[in-house]
Design a protein around this ligand. Structure first.
Ligand code: APR
Length: 239
């Protein structure tokens, strides 16, 4: 088999905007009308589990009716020519539904839940993760170990267990592409710094992203058009 070049694609909320899902830092800092600290932090969860469950139930129901857009499809199509890993900050499953086969969810997955208290004292093992699809989870819904089910989401204030694997992917990449993220939340925002010297880093976003790194070349456009431009550019450069 011929050697395929490795591309790592880091995505954020912006890649799913054209599928009708909203970003976090738009609309005056509110996420679907909520303060992210209330619905997406570990403190918020402990304060009001019912509210947090309800919020994610709504997000799951919304996701059921969302469809992958041309940007998700173009990212999946890169696999025809390259060895691609998608590292996403998104909890939706639109990359998988577009056909991407290797997707690393840094911040968890909307369609999955797990026990609030895992067998390893608040951390969890992958075997405890339960797929609920687009279904609702209510207070009182318990895991096999008897503890309340919680969203399989990395809340603010929690560790990002998959970051090490993401770093390995970035270090191995021949090209990095970043799509639709404000690069405001660490550790994901610092991932591009692990790209090897000389490895090109492209960023697709319609807004100016506050970055002071000259190695990043921005394609200033929405994700769907930006991906079309990016794909053409790779072809022109013979990458
Ligand atoms: N196409 C591409 N990018 C877009 C589009 C679009 N159509 N519309 C908006 N954007 C860009 C915005 O300009 C912004 O830079 O998407 C980015 C979204 O930024 P955020 O809302 O900050 O989302 P993200 O970077 O994914 O947030 C990171 O923060 O709240 C936490 O855990 C949550 O994963 C999330 C993390």
């Amino acid at each position: 088999m011929t050697h395929r070049k490795k591309i790592v694609v880091l995505t954020g909320a912006g890649v799913s905007v054209e599928s009708g899902l909203s970003t976090f830092r738009g609309q005056g800092g509110l996420w679907e009308g909520h303060d992210p600290q209330e619905v997406a932090s570990i403190e918020g969860w402990r304060r009001n589990r019912a509210l947090v469950l309800q919020f994610y139930n709504e997000r799951r129901a919304q996701l059921e009716h969302a469809r992958p857009n041309a940007a998700h499809l173009a990212i999946a199509a890169l696999e025809d020519r390259y060895d691609v890993t998608v590292v996403t900050q998104n909890v939706d499953n639109l990359h998988e539904r577009a056909g991407s086969t290797r997707v690393l969810h840094l911040h968890g997955e909307l369609t999955k839940v797990r026990p609030e208290d895992g067998i390893y004292d608040r951390t969890f093992s992958e075997e405890e993760v339960i797929d609920v699809g687009f279904g609702a989870v209510e207070p009182g819904d318990l895991a096999p170990n008897g503890s309340q089910l919680r969203p399989h989401i990395v809340f603010f204030g929690e560790a990002v267990p998959k970051i090490e694997r993401a770093i390995d992917c970035v270090q191995a990449a021949d090209l990095m592409l970043i799509v639709g993220t404000s690069l405001a939340v660490y550790p994901a925002a610092g991932l591009y710094r692990y790209a090897r010297a000389g490895v090109p880093v492209y960023l697709i976003d319609p807004e100016e992203v506050a970055l002071y790194d000259k190695r990043i070349v921005q394609i200033r456009d929405v994700a769907t058009r930006g991906m079309a431009r990016f794909t053409d550019m790779l072809r022109e450069k013979g990458f």
